[in-house]
Design a binder for this molecule. Structure first.
Ligand SMILES: C[S@@+](CC[C@H](N)C(=O)[O-])C[C@H]1O[C@@H](n2cnc3c(N)ncnc32)[C@H](O)[C@@H]1O
Length: 381
């Protein structure tokens, strides 16, 4: 039984409540169902909003059209490119200005493997809810805000985390409220109310978008910082009999501001990361002696460690000094109910807000050229 406090109307009012009080304009629910969220928006803003609704189900669309004569209603499968291309409502909205999107996207995996998404340099399979958000942000980049009900697990799932990291570089993503379990009769997953708005950017007098003060490199250039998230689980470390390979580096090897390696932990070379790197814990707080510059041979990073490196080697000491100086602020970004951990998304936000231009890169292989210099509107001098 759904608690009476968590009726669809109560939840819709909560979603509408995340929108700015002076809102007016077009509001779109791409998976509108019976239109509960848009009704919540209408209850709050009345005639100040023009409602747009789509859904995958023909029967749902038929009854919405009958019930809501003033709304713009159409059929779409948001996760299908061909369907998006042929949707009149979707394409009308792409031409017009959309003030807000409210959404309670599908959570479940039919077929189980996730949806392929390309978004701002990210490419991979993610959950349907995360795919929905990426598609909306990609097709409606100028939307004033997305106000969503999402499965809480999307932010910590390995599948979605990297996508959220990329989204977090250009949008402020805030979890406004955790809803109790079983708030929805149809979904057992824990859910959260999430607000996404373009990151704090202002227009300068020339009309170009400028962002928060950017760290500038030695030649006054925008500095990209590569983030490498270690991915070797500690239980797979090598044994003492291994004689060749690369040393595994774990948080216990970061001691008193130095890297103290244990030579017996040798692992295959294919996951090796090249320095120079600034290393610090992903799991466990970044105490003073745990933020360490490393310039030695390539190492494998345990999944409890981050390695970050500015693309300009000259900026390594500056980046380390910055992290040491702001370690309390960094520690504040760690979350979790057990051992504190730092998500890639939180690390990206932290670096970005402090003027760096972070981008997550794969453990090995070619470094991506994309960094938030371009995503944020910060440009090379
Ligand atoms: C959880 S309901 C949300 C309904 C609505 N937002 C509300 O609060 O009443 C999800 C809705 O998404 C629709 N849906 C599922 N997959 C979809 C897709 N790929 N594209 C568009 N709509 C979809 C379903 O038909 C259903 O009506």
């Amino acid at each position: 039984m759904v608690d009476k406090h968590y009726s669809p109307e109560w939840i819709a009012d909560k979603v509408a409540g995340m929108m700015p009080s002076d809102f007016s304009g077009r509001v779109f629910d791409p998976a509108a169902g019976e239109g509960a969220l848009l009704h919540g928006v209408k209850r709050r803003f009345g005639d100040r909003v023009d409602a747009f609704a789509t859904d995958i189900e023909c029967a749902t669309i038929r009854s919405l059209k009958l019930a809501e004569k003033d709304w713009h209603v159409g059929k779409i499968d948001v996760l299908n490119l061909r369907s998006r291309r042929s949707s009149i409502v979707w394409n009308d909205l792409r031409r017009l200005e959309v003030g807000a999107i409210v959404t309670n996207p599908p959570f479940s995996y039919r077929g189980g493997n996730g949806h392929e998404v390309d978004f701002a340099g990210f490419s991979g399979r993610v959950s349907p809810a995360a795919a929905f958000i990426a598609i909306l942000l990609k097709d409606f980049p100028n939307v004033g805000g997305i106000f969503a009900i999402l499965p809480a697990g999307t932010f910590s799932s390995q599948k979605d985390e990297n996508l959220w990291a990329v989204i977090g570089a250009a949008f402020d993503v805030e979890v406004i409220e955790k809803l109790p379990p079983r708030s929805f009769a149809s979904a057992a997953a824990r859910t959260v109310l999430v607000r996404m708005r373009p990151s704090t950017v202002t227009a300068n007098p020339t009309g170009a978008v400028v962002s928060l003060p950017a760290f500038r490199g030695p030649n006054n250039e925008c500095v990209c910082v590569d983030i490498v998230r270690g991915n070797v689980p500690m239980h797979s470390r090598g044994d003492a009999s291994t004689t060749s390979g690369v040393v595994l580096l774990h948080t216990t090897n970061l001691r008193d501001g130095k890297v103290v390696l244990a030579a017996q932990n040798l692992l295959p070379k294919d996951l090796a990361v090249e320095g120079p790197l600034i290393l610090f814990p992903r799991v466990g707080l970044p105490g003073n002696g745990k933020i360490v510059a490393y310039v030695g041979d390539p190492v494998d990073l345990s999944d409890c460690v981050y390695g970050i490196r500015p693309r300009q080697q000259e900026a390594v000491p500056l980046l380390q000094a910055f992290l040491l100086g702001s370690r309390h602020g960094l520690a504040g970004r760690y979350g979790g109910t057990g051992a504190p951990y730092l998500t890639v998304r939180s690390l990206i936000s932290f670096l970005f807000e402090n003027g760096w231009n972070p981008v997550q890169v794969p453990i090995s292989g070619a470094t991506s050229n994309i960094c938030t210099c371009s995503l944020s509107g910060r440009v090379h001098a």
